[in-house]
Design a binder for this molecule. Structure first.
Ligand code: FES
Ligand code: FES
Length: 176
């Protein structure tokens, strides 16, 4: 996706987690404002940790290979595809998921017809919320360009861009 952070950039300076006897890694990180302590297999994906171990199923799996953005979360204030991030790499990080965003934020999307099957919607809203929090990026990028990492097979994107413009309040969709 457009803003996916490089995995190698995460916690380069952080101490390496210690391996347990069964090969798991004990890590701590902040998740939606709360500290989480968990032991993870080195190959465990953040998307799976969130959905199946931490009871946060809002992040969706579409492609599972970093192409669709359905699994978008915020890691240390940057959007990232959680299907590509080994969970141990978020040790010490601040992670936010769709569950941290008030449901009322979805209203402009519903009114503009931005959701059909809804599979892409959590990732779209997470990225859009990040744009809302960093609205200065709209001075140099169109909304459409900023949303390029979030694919939708249903809407044709106009409804999504209209909904985001209404939510964020900045008509910078860059529609051709
Ligand atoms: S499921 Fe992660 S980018 Fe598609
Ligand atoms: S609403 Fe179906 S993929 Fe976007």
């Amino acid at each position: 996706m457009g803003f996916a952070i490089s995995q190698s950039s995460m916690n380069d300076q952080a101490p390496q987690p210690s391996a347990g006897r069964n090969g798991t890694l004990a890590i701590r990180f902040t998740l939606n404002g709360r500290e989480v302590a968990i032991a993870v297999d080195p190959t465990e994906r953040l998307l799976d940790t969130l959905r199946y171990r931490l009871n946060l199923p809002g992040s969706k799996e579409g492609c599972g290979e970093g192409e669709c953005g359905a699994c978008t979360v915020i890691i240390d204030d940057l959007p990232a595809n959680s299907c590509l991030v080994p969970t141990f790499q978020v040790r010490g990080c601040n992670v936010r998921t769709i569950e941290s965003i008030p449901p009322s934020s979805l209203q402009p999307m519903l009114e503009s017809g931005a959701t059909q099957c809804g599979a892409c919607t959590p990732g779209v809203v997470v990225t859009a919320n990040w744009i809302k929090e960093h609205s200065g990026v709209l001075a140099s990028h169109t909304m459409r360009a900023l949303m390029a990492g979030n694919l939708c097979r249903c809407t044709g994107y106009d409804g999504i861009i209209d909904g985001l413009e209404n939510w964020i309040g900045t008509p910078r969709g860059g529609r051709p």
